[in-house]
Ligand binder design. Structure first.
Ligand code: ACM
Length: 640
């Protein structure tokens, strides 16, 4: 990595007359040469509200989180000197260290771009302490490291920790392969830990005998422990894998922390999940996660018996899935850079940054997930959140629509696919044709969130579609669009999944449609009343990019509030659901939105322990949840 010749520092300061305050910037020239006629760009979620109020700088360009400034005319920045300027009229105040510039670069008079190093936002005139510990020490009243905790558990702790567990001789090939799968999973997650399973009989180990019990539900299992053997009962692949995972947890805990955890000498576990949909979403648009990271996250899901990976493959910031019919989607639509159609955002600097999944890679991810009983649900986020798609396929816009006729909540102008343009459906049809050859899940997620209020109202084509079909405004158009998408998916043998706003403006046919309630828990109940199947993903509890404490030094977003791990753990998705609507509540899901995930450290800090907290909420009955037990066990979690 080359050393940056510039450094940009930023500090948030309160203002008497504006609760959003101001950001003060200092650009330091660490190069050997004076610079003049230069520009400075930075990316920040604390955007300026145009026209903006600036001191000692002129705003040249803004696109969502991208901001570009020039110093006053004639200004020369000498080596070792600093340019200071301020930006007020922010759309909301900075609350946490991650609310300032995430990246910056300088463009010199010759057009060349040079990174400026940044550190997180500082704060002036207010405390900037670290958050207190987010997890208590915890207490495992029963000395067993099981996460999620079972429905029924009646175990006596043994004095000896088995050396390893091994299949009894004569075990069938499928059962042996299941042991191999969980042994490999454990090895990938904890390469430095002792192996929980071996294949050869080992002195001091304990044999496992597999029993097939057809009457058990597919994800259910039972384990009976005695000094002589362990009998593992299941109806098939999922239950068997979960039972082996539970055994691996028990042994891993007993070996990693023998003061706290033991291995059972005798007794039983009888277990099955609370919810059918136990999900985790990953936004790979705002930040790209290479296939190896995606597969490791899926490993982590499997370790906690989550069964659904929701892959958020497109958004304003990038389109990440190879579509052979439209290579532009990943040549143009996945690349952000100073001279690209998509500008740097959310941590990008002078160098263009791309990344996408080839179809072969996506198929490998699906196969990897399937081998661990995890289903991959792909999402392309339409009709809103489509800046990247429109940058790649500009003909999908109505040429008569004014350029900045509406903006999304993230600040993107004109970012929605136009329901009145027939080519939109032709393109999406080809995209779905290819997606169904990659993804095997019965649903395809098509987003549907955050279409801004006045979207398409300046599009003559959309206006005439409204007249023709008697559609009522933006959401009448959205419903028209989504109904067609639903039919297109049906024709390809798939059902529609989306975010909760799919129901707006008349929605789609609820039968077989699954919507994710993200804006608030009450939304889920309303969707169920309307006849939709519901997965609860409320930002206030299950968005893992939210900060975990109010302290300035805690990283993350805060628009949905502060979400301490205890709140995520104790939150009850079924809370206010009327009894008669409960069958519509299919499950719960963690969402990993990536705007703030500019380092691996931030990923791990924000995702753990809250992802395992959601895994336990997804599996364990309400009365068996125990925050202190969870806190004691969750320390053993793997990290990305
Ligand atoms: C969302 O958070 N816009 C689904």
């Amino acid at each position: 990595m080359t050393k940056a010749s510039f450094r940009l520092e930023n500090t948030w300061r309160p203002l008497a007359n504006d609760p959003a305050g101001a950001l003060d910037f200092t650009l330091i020239n660490l190069s050997d040469a004076p610079i003049r006629d230069f520009k400075l760009a930075y990316t920040t979620l604390t955007r300026v509200k145009e026209p903006g109020v600036f001191d000692n700088a002129v705003l040249l360009k803004r696109n969502a989180n991208f901001h570009q400034f020039a110093p006053p005319a004639g200004f020369v920045l000498e080596p070792g000197a600093a340019w200071r300027f301020s930006v007020a009229s922010l759309w909301r105040r900075a609350r946490h260290r991650t609310d300032g510039a995430k990246s910056a670069y300088v463009t010199l008079a010759d057009g060349s771009h040079h990174d400026a190093a940044v550190i997180d936002c500082q704060i002036e005139g207010l405390p900037s302490e670290l958050a207190p510990a987010l997890l208590p020490a915890g207490e495992a009243k029963q000395p067993f490291a099981l996460l999620p905790w079972p429905v029924k558990v009646d175990l006596s702790a043994g004095d000896l920790i088995p050396v390893a567990l091994y299949p009894v001789s004569g075990t069938g090939l499928e059962d042996l392969r299941a042991v191999d799968d969980v042994l490999s999973l454990h090895y990938r997650l904890f390469a430095d830990a002792p192996a929980p399973f071996v294949f050869a009989t080992v002195e001091g180990g304990r044999p496992i005998r597999f029993a097939r019990r057809e009457e058990l539900a597919p994800e259910a299992f039972e384990i009976a422990f005695s000094r002589e053997e362990i009998v593992l009962s299941s109806a098939g692949k999922a239950g068997r894998q979960y039972a082996l995972t539970a055994l691996a947890h028990l042994l891993h805990g007993a070996k990693s922390d023998p003061k706290m955890f033991r291995f059972p000498a005798s007794g039983q576990i009888a277990d099955s999940p609370r919810y059918a949909w136990r999900g985790c979403h990953l936004d790979v648009s705002r930040q790209f996660f290479p296939t190896a990271d995606v597969e490791r996250l899926i490993d982590i899901l499997a370790w906690f018996r989550l069964n659904t990976f929701h892959w958020h493959l497109s958004d304003d910031e990038a389109w990440r899935l190879e579509i052979k019919a439209f290579p532009e989607l990943t040549t143009v639509g996945a690349l952000r850079g100073p001279d690209e159609p998509l500008l740097p955002q959310l941590g990008n600097g002078a160098k263009p940054v791309g990344g996408f999944y080839t179809q072969e890679e996506a198929r490998a991810v699906v196969a990897h997930a399937a081998s661990l009983c995890v289903e991959v649900v792909p999402e392309i986020d339409i009709p809103g959140h489509s800046t990247a798609m429109l940058a790649a396929l500009p003909d999908l816009a109505d040429g008569q629509e004014a350029p900045e006729s509406y903006r999304s909540v993230q600040g993107y102008p004109n970012n929605a696919l136009n329901p009145a343009i027939e080519a939109t459906y032709d393109v999406l049809g080809k995209v779905f044709d290819e997606m169904v050859t990659i993804f095997t899940a019965p649903v395809i997620h098509v987003g549907g969130d955050e279409v801004a209020d006045n979207t398409w109202m300046a599009s003559p084509l959309a206006r005439s579609l409204m007249d023709k079909h008697g559609l009522d405004g933006t959401f009448g158009l959205q419903s028209f669009f989504m109904k067609r998408i639903q039919e297109m998916l049906k024709a390809r043998g798939r059902r529609l999944a989306g975010w909760d706003e799919v129901s707006h403006g008349g929605g789609v046919t609820p039968e077989g449609t699954l919507l994710m309630a993200w804006r608030a828990p009450e939304v889920g109940i309303q969707l169920a009343k309307e006849g939709y199947d519901v997965v609860m993903t409320p930002g206030q509890a299950y968005y893992l990019d939210m900060v975990q404490d109010e302290a300035w030094q805690e990283p993350g977003a805060s628009w949905a509030g502060t979400v301490p791990p205890k709140h995520t753990y104790t939150f009850e998705a079924a809370g206010e659901f009327p009894e008669e609507l409960k069958p519509r509540l299919k499950g719960v899901q963690a969402c990993i939105w990536a705007e703030n995930f500019i380092s691996r450290d931030y990923f791990n800090h924000l995702v753990f322990p809250r992802l395992p907290a959601i895994a336990e909420a997804a599996w364990t009955p309400r009365d068996n949840k125990d925050w202190l037990r969870f806190a004691a066990i969750v320390r053993l979690s793997p990290r990305l």
